[in-house]
Structure formats: C-alpha cells, structure tokens
Write a protein of this length. Structure first.
Length: 418
C-alpha cells in the first residue's frame, strides 16, 4: 500500500466532505489550496478519485446501503463511497480496504469505526464489481432533473445522464494552419480519447492548440470574427474564446471580474503567441464601442456536468433566479456597447431555457433595433434540429452519443440595425 495513494485518498475524502457537506464547488476547494501539499501526480489522482466518486455516488450508496444499518458520519460515509467506487472500478481490494481502514483509524473522531469500514468494504469487494454494471445510470437530483425533463423530455434527460456518467473526452481548438492530435469533429474541434497529461501532448508547448469543449468553441464560430474587427469578450476567463478571437486576427478586449482567473488567460495567450488586451473589471461598468461582442454570461453551468459532476451536489438551484436577472442586466449593458450594424453573440453553458431561449425571446421583444441572425448558424456540423424557434442554437450533452457527447450550451447571434 503506497503512502502516496493513501494521501490522495485522504484528500479526495476531504474534497467530498466539502462538496457534499458544505456545498462548495471542487473549483473553489482547489483555488483555496486544498491539494497544494500533494505532489502533482497525487493531486491528479485525488481529483480523479473525487470526480469518479461523484459520478458513481448513486450506485455506491445503493451497494453500501445493503451493509449499513444506519448512515455513518459524512467523513466515514465518504471513505466508504470512495472505497466502493475504486473496488467496482477494478482496484485491488487489499490496497483499497487497508488504505481506507488506515485513514479512518487515524481520525480521533472516527477511529472506532475502522472495523465497520473493514467489514463493509470487504463485502463490497466480493459483490460490487459484478453488481456495478447492472445498476441504472445515476440520475440527477430532483431539483435539477425535474425542470430538465419539463424542458427536454425524459428520454433526452436520460441521454444527458448517460453522457454525464461517461465523463468528457478532451477537446482541442487548433490555431489556423497548425496541427493537433485526435479525431476531427464535424464542427472543427479535435477530440482526444484517453488523453493523459495534457501538457505532454504534441503541440502543447509550441502553442498549436488549447483545451476547449467542442460546444464551447461554437459561440466564436457563430460570431465569425474578422481580422481587424474591434471585439469585446465579456466574462472572458478561462480564455478559450479569447484565443479563438485573437487567432482570427481580431483586436480583442478580454474582460473578466476575476484577476485570478485572468492569469490563466494571460498564460494561454503567451503559450499560443496570441495577443489580446486583458482587463480585470465589472462587465456592467465597462465602457467603449465595439464592432462585435461575445457575451458568455454567468449562469448555472448545468451544461458542464460531464466534466463537473460536483455541481448537482454542491448547488440546489436557489441562486438561479439571481443569475437570470444578472444575465438580463449584462445583455442590456452589452447591447449599449455595440456599434450600430454590429453583432452580439449571447451564450450560456446552461441547459435551462430561462438562461437561454427565454432570455433571447425577451430581449427581442425589448429592443426594437435587435434581430436574430439565423444565417450565422449555418456553419459546419450544426444539425437543423439544434436550431430553436426563436433562432438560437441549442446544444445538449446527449447529442453525439456515439462520439462522446458535448457540453450543454445555448448560443444566439443578435444583429443591431445600422
């Protein structure tokens, strides 16, 4: 049993405690330094274990319930969950069970339960690997599942849950004229299966490409930036869309409220030898006039659960009303920054119509100089039934099931009359 493996598992249990007990997102925990003491390979392992446990949580709980008379404290429960997921994924029982027993035994608060952990995980080791693949695909919590079924239907949501459980492959956006590993997708992105360490892939150090889900690359393709255009990227971090705009030769202003998140934008601009003006500031206070604007508005991020399975557990939907109001305000302010004759792409990585289709329907009613540009959606890979009645583009995780899915996104191109 490796001390490193135990350290990674202990850190994963801590992360699960934070997500499931405190409602914190994994990204918040990592930004606060939760894994900073670990070596890079152990840090990666702790994150992977956390994500795998969250994806398989429903199955793990069903297996464990067979052997628990009552639910133990959260930390012990999470140790059992993590152990169950590892065992059902084929990890050696000896290493997993001993590691979890050691972790619980070292806890002053929970040490007396080491015998329970040992007994339960040995039973899971015997029956779990055979039972695991026969269990249903884990479902979203009702607070999110119910509105999604209302919007898209039960069959579509079941397809989304299948995509969430399968996790996300690695997608790359490639600089014009450069090469990248992987298979070409219909929309122009490259998809890499079983990518391993991203920085070890060919073309990373030379800045030939950047990581960006195929769906997240679509808003800029819809905007169709032209060389020399003055373009504002609102809410720019982590920067994939900024890089796309800069690679097209546009004069890009990348604005985001988070100075910390903008550091990653600057790093990627340097690595890819692309240029943009990067500004930390409030989108609602920014001034200027632009030929085109990309507004990737703050949203529920419900379209990104394939890669962020913590979201349904850390959130409960209570903040969505405030986000919807903020989107309305940001769209109004962005519209005031757009030159007559210009175009604005509004997008959110959300599966909720209130953050996409409904926002655009209401904006079209509110602004007499606004019209939707359906022709902007006539780009490679867009299927006709992805286009919505108000003229936007709806992308969902259950699309491309044979290719590994895509993130959920809503995208609309809005023209301002001259």
């Amino acid at each position: 049993m490796s001390d490193n493996a135990t350290a990674a598992r202990r850190s994963a249990i801590y992360l699960l405690d934070q997500i499931l007990g405190e409602g914190r997102l994994l990204s918040e925990c990592l930004a606060a330094g939760a894994l900073d003491r670990l070596a890079p390979e152990d840090r990666a392992r702790a994150q992977r274990l956390t994500l795998e446990t969250l994806r398989g949580l429903e199955r793990a709980d069903r297996l464990l319930d067979n052997h628990l008379n009552r639910t133990p404290s959260l930390t012990v429960h999470n140790a059992l969950r993590l152990g169950a997921v590892e065992l059902c994924h084929g990890e050696a029982a000896h290493g997993v069970v001993n590691s979890m027993v050691e972790i619980v035994a070292r806890s002053r608060k929970h040490g007396r339960l080491k015998g329970l952990v040992n007994a339960v995980l040995r039973k899971v080791a015997a029956e779990g690997p055979g039972a695991w693949p026969k269990m249903r695909v884990p479902r979203l919590p009702d607070w999110l599942r119910d509105p999604l079924v209302m919007a898209w239907g039960a069959e579509a949501v079941a397809g989304m849950e299948q995509a969430h459980f399968a996790a996300a492959p690695l997608d790359l956006t490639v600089k014009p004229g450069a090469d990248a590993p992987g298979q070409a997708l219909p929309t122009g992105s490259m998809r890499v299966l079983d990518a391993g360490q991203v920085s070890a892939l060919s073309g990373y150090n030379s800045g030939d490409w950047w990581v960006q889900d195929a769906a997240a690359a679509m808003p800029v393709r819809v905007l169709a930036p032209q060389a020399g255009e003055r373009i504002l990227d609102l809410c720019a971090a982590p920067g994939g869309k900024t890089l796309q705009l800069a690679a097209a030769g546009a004069e890009v202003t990348a604005l985001d409220i988070s100075e910390q998140r903008l550091e990653r934008v600057r790093e990627n601009l340097t690595r890819t030898s692309l240029e943009a003006t990067v500004i930390a500031g409030d989108a609602l206070e920014h001034q200027g006039q632009y030929d085109a604007i990309l507004l990737d508005a703050p949203c529920s991020a419900t379209g990104t659960i394939r890669r962020h399975p913590d979201l349904p557990f850390a959130k409960d939907g209570s903040e969505f009303g405030g986000l919807i109001e903020l989107q309305t305000q940001m769209l109004a302010h962005a519209w005031s920054l757009l030159k007559p004759g210009g175009r604005l792409v509004y997008c959110t990585c959300s599966l909720l119509p209130d953050e996409g289709e409904v926002q655009v329907e209401e904006a079209l009613d509110m602004y007499p100089d606004m019209s939707v540009d359906r022709d902007a959606l006539s780009i490679d890979g867009v299927e006709p039934d992805w286009i919505t009645k108000e003229g936007g583009l709806r992308l969902r995780p259950d699309y491309w099931p044979d290719r590994g899915g895509m993130d959920g996104f809503y995208i609309a191109c809005l023209n301002k009359s001259a």
